[in-house]
Design a protein around this ligand. Structure first.
Ligand code: GLY
Length: 319
């Protein structure tokens, strides 16, 4: 890194929800998260743009069946996988995304392809058309644990509001493990911010239900701050969480105060979610109203995570 370059920063999440069941499960999730954080950080040090680093991090997490995005996505009520993803570049302040796309390996690639398009957020039919236009190979993201989870739910006539989202162990069904999505937020060596979010949705939802992940409520970035959210999409939309935090930073609050205020309000309204963020100074923050937030970060000096953070505090801050 040369003297006029900025220290790069990374924070990622792999969902939020109920506490992980075992130390073994937490260790496995931590290992997955740290691998991604390290790789994205190395890429940023080598000079990758914020947008490229976010897309790469999302690829890695979409490919990890442990997380509810890409391979390993949860099934909707009709037994189909429909995924949503968005990318927001803080420098251009431009969001692009796809909603309820099927049979692709990396929904975030479609979001990136739409960055330069005049039509930047496409729903199911439009996304399928884009997949065909870009000649993206057909891919089946279904894994056995998710199919079994859906079959179990079908036999119980769909009493759960959402699927378990983080597979703590390979092929071990733990439906209470959590719920969420994946997200990557970075600051690159040029001082540019970007955020990306990708999800299989809540699981067992009605056909046509729209996730927060391809909306500014769930994924938002400007030159001042970048945020990715996870948890119950309806709660995230009702708080307009990502944009709410960024606007507070733009209006003069520190990132830490913007998180604390937003999560205090959210707890008062019994919301169930988490968020991660970075601001233009390189400050890193995370918050949750859920029991657990599966996030990990790299400050340039150290890596850390939020897996054991189960207390009553609503937000955390790394300067
Ligand atoms: N936050 C992901 C979803 O609710 O779809």
């Amino acid at each position: 890194m040369s003297v006029n370059q900025v220290q790069p920063k990374v924070i990622i999440h792999g969902g939020a929800g109920s506490a992980l069941k075992s130390q073994e499960g937490a260790d496995a999730v931590r290992k997955s998260l740290y691998k991604v954080v390290e790789e994205v950080y190395t890429l940023l040090l080598a000079g990758a743009t914020a947008q490229a680093a976010v897309v790469h991090g999302c690829h890695l997490m979409e490919d990890d069946p442990r997380f509810n995005a890409g391979t390993g996505s949860v099934l909707q009520s009709d037994g189909q996988i429909r995924m949503s993803a968005s990318l927001m570049d803080g420098t251009t302040q431009r969001l692009s995304g796809v909603i309820n796309v099927s049979r692709v390996q990396h929904p975030i690639d479609l979001a990136q392809a739409l960055q330069a398009s005049p039509d930047r957020v496409l729903s199911d039919y439009g996304s399928a058309e884009l997949v065909r236009e870009l000649q993206v190979p057909i891919y089946n993201p279904m894994i056995e644990i998710r199919l079994q989870e859906w079959l179990q739910e079908r036999s119980e006539n769909f009493i759960k509001e959402a699927a378990g989202v983080v597979a703590e162990k390979e092929l071990v069904d733990d439906p209470e493990a959590g719920r969420g999505t994946i997200g990557v937020v970075v600051l690159d060596t040029q001082g540019n911010l970007a955020a990306g979010t990708s999800t299989g949705g809540k699981g067992f939802e009605r056909i046509g239900r729209v996730s927060d992940s391809a909306m500014p409520a769930g994924n938002y970035a400007t030159a001042e701050a970048a945020i990715s959210c996870t948890g119950i999409g309806e709660d995230i939309i009702d708080e307009c969480l990502a944009a709410r935090i960024v606007v507070r930073v733009t209006d003069g609050l520190s990132l830490a105060d913007a998180f604390e205020r937003s999560f205090t309000e959210a707890r008062g309204r019994q919301r169930d979610f988490g968020a991660i963020g970075i601001d233009a100074t390189g400050a890193i923050a995370f918050g949750k109203t859920s029991e657990v937030l599966l996030a990990a970060f790299h400050t340039g000096e150290q890596m850390g995570d939020t897996l054991e953070w189960t207390g009553d505090t609503l937000s955390g801050f790394i300067s």
